[in-house]
Design a protein around this ligand. Structure first.
Ligand code: DAH
Length: 372
């Protein structure tokens, strides 16, 4: 702190003197005017008031004002010089001070991550535990244990990406491949723990598919599995309807259509009311008013047998859905590739509080668990 003058109205200016070394260019200019300005500068006014003082006080007060003025002038000059050298140094280093500042990035979850998290949370809320499994699997877990017939087309080289490595020995081994669905984790969950089992299984799956508007060689799935005594198709329907009402809206209509999967019997596909036209029919749902979001069914006894579970005592249900597809339906994303490209102009729409979905329409709606 600068030395006190003994005059309170002058000493009141001392903190401002001390603050000068940290003022930036604009603040420095206005402070200079506020203190030393010819019109209303604080010290200019003080100096003027000297003339109106009684003779015996003029000298002391005048000297104090002048001393303080000199200190202010010196401080302003020193600060201006240091700002000048800073600027010269930055200019020499190639820093362009006139360049507009960079916008601050606001990060947020990827729309697919958000969809996965929301779905998993809904199932956790009704007693399901999260399970995960390896993305490189054996033939046995990915196909055999799930009751795929030996020559099932899903095992075809055109569909499955095999790993160029020696096959794994043993009963549960076989050729190594990138899992084509999350269903093998059902088997792992049942081999690991005895019923009751209630697991929700998010993860990436891989298929030798083209990368086009509705296909990607890597995409996400969420598998669900419930095994217990006395479980029926009613539990399956009630649980999935609960999910659809929580995830979409409480008035969203759903329907189940008979279908086929080797690992469930009976099997079904679940459709939800089209989220874009709300059932009246639009290009996104091909005029049907419905969008398929998952495959499901009652666990096939052959799958129980491979998983060491007594099919006479226990029953269970399972489902598989595709969060990439569901994100496309929910946000009206017309091309799945947008979800992979990391283009900020696309992703910024999903920043909370920011704009959502563009209103563009997806072209296909089938095959929410896989890729149609
Ligand atoms: N794994 C199937 C697929 O990739 C999806 C699926 C359908 C999973 C029915 C299931 C199920 O668990 O019960 O297309």
């Amino acid at each position: 702190m600068a030395n006190p003058t003994g005059y309170p109205e002058l000493d009141a200016l001392l903190p401002r003197l001390d603050a000068i070394p940290s003022l930036e260019v604009d603040a420095l200019a206005s402070e200079l005017i506020a203190v030393l300005g010819r019109k209303n500068g604080a010290l200019t006014e003080a100096l003027k008031s000297v003339a109106s003082l009684p003779m015996d006080q003029r000298k002391g007060y005048g000297a104090a004002v002048n001393g303080l003025k000199a200190s202010f002038e010196a401080a302003f000059a020193a600060r201006r010089e240091s700002l000048d050298t800073d600027r010269q140094r930055q200019e020499a280093a190639g820093v362009d001070l006139t360049m507009p500042a960079r916008r601050r990035w606001v990060g947020s979850e990827h729309p697919v991550t958000r969809v996965v998290d929301e779905i998993v949370e809904i199932f956790r809320g009704i007693g399901f535990t999260v399970a995960v499994g390896p993305e490189v699997e054996t033939d046995w877990y990915n196909f055999t244990a799930l009751n795929f017939p030996e020559d099932h087309p899903a095992m075809d080289m055109h569909d499955t990406l095999y790993v160029d490595a020696p096959p794994v020995a043993g009963e549960q081994g076989g050729r190594l491949l990138l899992r084509t669905h999350t269903s093998p984790v059902q088997i792992r969950a049942m081999l690991e723990s005895a019923p009751p089992v209630r697991v929700i299984i998010p993860g990436l799956v891989y298929r030798n598919d083209p990368f086009d508007a509705s296909h990607a060689p890597a995409f996400s799935q969420i598998e669900g599995l419930a095994v217990d005594e006395g479980i029926s198709f009613v539990d399956l329907k009630a649980t999935l309807i609960h999910f659809a009402h929580r995830f979409f809206s409480s008035s969203t209509k759903v329907r189940f259509r008979p279908s086929f999967f080797p690992f469930t019997e009976p099997s079904a596909e679940m459709d939800v009311e089209c989220q874009l036209c709300h059932g009246s029919g639009c290009p996104a749902c091909k005029g049907t008013g419905w969008m398929e979001i998952l495959g499901c069914g009652m666990v096939h006894p052959a799958v129980f047998e491979h998983s060491g579970i007594d099919a006479e005592r226990y029953t269970g249900w399972a489902f598989g859905m595709g969060p990439h597809r569901i994100a496309m339906l929910r946000y009206g994303v017309p091309d799945i590739r947008l979800l992979y490209e990391g283009d900020m102009r696309f992703l910024e729409q999903f920043v909370p509080g920011g704009r959502r979905g563009s209103g563009a329409r997806p072209e296909r709606s089938e095959g929410a668990a896989g890729q149609g």
